[in-house]
Design a binder for this molecule. Structure first.
Ligand SMILES: [Mg+2]
Ligand SMILES: [Zn+2]
Length: 271
């Protein structure tokens, strides 16, 4: 049984916290990094699939999450989903039905069209199949929003099983991150690697949009000219509060309509 105090602490949500839309300095080049689940998307792919198709597996998700590596657990639950007879078509249909707030889509497309020195990177612990199914259904694949999508590999097997693997295979060298990134991927390392691959772009500012505890590592690596747009009441906000050590500017948002206002601050000033 979970005690009443713990349940109460986990129930605190501020409906209308203070607005925080003060201007940010203009730059000529910037990289906007998006986490996917609960950041760009208004849901979590790995959980949503089971909420729609198999509530039994959604319960098992909660029961197993503290005992298994996260990506391995998601891969195991997909095997169970396949055993229950759910087809690729049913999974794809569920993914396309996953919520993404119109204000978020408006915000990123507006920034892309108004600031041509902006690149977008998607950095996610979800997987290739989920993301490449959802983005086209929300109008974000054509023209492409993201320069690169960094996530876990996945593919459909001939029998219809969605096979998911860790980005960093358990059989090879592991990352050395000490901030608490999951074994499948260090998001801080992935952000640094992207910056190296695109060193010619000379970004004046990195903007990180995230919500989860695993977004803390890349946010910690940002400098004083960078900005984090942090979703309230979730793991990233809690880690910033409890562990500190963040050098970048932090702006908070709850609903995508607020994130849209923050994204507008990254556009060049209107004459
Ligand atoms: Mg997330
Ligand atoms: Zn890390």
């Amino acid at each position: 049984m979970v005690d009443q105090k713990t349940l109460a602490v986990h129930s605190v949500v501020l409906e209308d916290p203070p607005l925080d839309f003060d201007a940010l300095p203009p730059v000529s080049s910037q990289l906007v990094v998006f986490d996917f689940d609960w950041s760009l998307a208004d849901q979590d792919t790995d959980r949503w699939i089971h909420e729609l198709l198999s509530p039994r597996l959604r319960i098992e998700f909660v029961q197993k999450i503290s005992t298994m590596q996260f990506t391995d657990m998601c891969a195991y639950l997909l095997e169970e989903l396949h055993k229950e007879g759910h087809t690729p078509e049913a999974i794809q249909e569920a993914l396309r039905a996953m919520p993404m707030h119109p204000a978020m889509i408006r915000g990123v497309r507006s920034l892309q069209s108004h600031h041509h020195g902006t690149d977008f990177l998607l950095l996610s612990n979800s997987n290739e199949v989920y993301i490449h199914t959802i983005l086209p259904s929300k109008g974000l694949a054509e023209p492409p929003l993201f320069t690169e999508i960094v996530t876990n590999p996945a593919h459909w097997e001939p029998n219809g099983l969605l096979r998911l693997r860790r980005r960093i295979s358990p059989d090879g060298p592991q990352h050395a991150c000490k901030v608490g990134c999951s074994a499948n991927m260090c998001k801080g390392d992935e952000l640094d690697a992207f910056k190296q691959r695109h060193a010619d772009r000379k970004y004046e500012r990195i903007v990180y949009v995230g919500d989860g505890g695993n977004d803390f590592c890349p946010v910690k690596r940002l400098g004083p000219n960078d900005v984090a747009f942090v979703r309230r009441n979730r793991g990233l906000a809690r880690r910033i509060l409890q562990e500190g050590g963040v050098q970048c500017t932090v702006r908070y948002w709850t609903g995508a309509w607020e994130a849209e206002q923050l994204l507008n601050l990254l556009c060049p000033p209107r004459p």
